[in-house]
Design a protein around this ligand. Structure first.
Ligand code: HEC
Ligand code: HEC
Length: 202
């Protein structure tokens, strides 16, 4: 009975968050995204390895991140100013636009050993240190499970590595303690390997 209550509550709170987010208009979002193109690319495929690709990312995840940058829950001196002026409707529209774009393919950049370690962590976790398999939330191909678990496939490896290190140190902590707890248990070598492996997933 208690389990059932928890499950019902979880579904209920998820429904609440979803209805709290405005519905996005991708056409309006395309116009509003002009200011983002310089860093994230006109279609959301950034060229700089430290600037994330937004193309094909789940719209609700994108809107949540913009919201978190605006409120200061997620910090970045380069990105935050661009979220400040956005209304909830702007965020929803821009998120809908980028979510509808195609992610450009990435490539795993690690050497054979690194790819093996990255693959092992992604698919099976690390039982010794208590790290869960990334696949269980981000999906076997890294496409994520909308709306809660973002896409990680094809993402810039340097960006992913920076996020994992930020989760590990607690510098990024807008994740309801899900990623911070996982990254805390990972070594820097494991973080590098899994970041490079995920860049090659598609
Ligand atoms: C001057 C460069 C720059 C501009 C312009 C810019 N961004 Fe960013 N953006 C960044 C950087 C750098 C990050 C990564 C921050 C970090 O490392 O945490 C980022 C992160 C993001 C993220 C989080 C992605 C993720 O996977 O978690 C979203 C969403 C985003 N930007 C949307 C936008 C939107 C929408 C605009 C336009 C209104 C915009 N950005 C303009 C540099 C920029
Ligand atoms: C229990 C579910 C769960 C597991 C297991 C999990 N993640 Fe996550 N991950 C999340 C959630 C939820 C978020 C979104 C956090 C937020 O809202 O900011 C996330 C976000 C991320 C991000 C940030 C994406 C971006 O665009 O900035 C990266 C990178 C990431 N996870 C990598 C991993 C790796 C690597 C593993 C395995 C070692 C892993 N995750 C395991 C739930 C999970």
């Amino acid at each position: 009975m208690r389990k059932l209550c928890v499950a019902v509550l979880a579904v209920f709170s998820l429904a609440l968050t979803q209805s709290a987010l405005a519905a996005g208009n991708a056409a309006a979002g395309k116009t509003k995204s002009a200011a983002c193109a310089g860093c994230h690319g006109p279609d959301g495929n950034s060229a700089n390895p430290l600037w994330p690709k937004l193309a094909g990312q789940d719209a609700q995840y994108l809107a949540k991140q913009l919201h978190d940058f605006k409120t200061g829950k997620r910090k970045d001196p380069m990105m935050a100013p661009f979220a400040m002026g956005l209304s909830e409707q702007d965020m929803a529209d821009i998120a809908a636009y980028f979510a509808g774009q195609k992610t450009s393919p990435g490539a795993a950049q690690a050497d054979a050993e690194g790819v093996k370690l990255g693959q092992h962590l992604y698919r099976g976790g690390n039982a010794k240190s208590g790290v869960s398999a990334c696949m269980s939330c981000h999906g076997p191909s890294g496409h994520g499970i909308p709306p809660r678990f973002p896409r990680v496939s094809g993402q810039q490896a340097a960006y992913t590595e920076k996020q994992m290190l930020a989760f590990k140190s607690g510098q990024r902590n807008n994740d309801n303690e899900i990623m911070t707890r996982i990254a805390f248990r990972m070594s820097e070598a494991e973080i590098k390997a899994v970041s490079q492996y995920m860049a090659g997933l598609h």
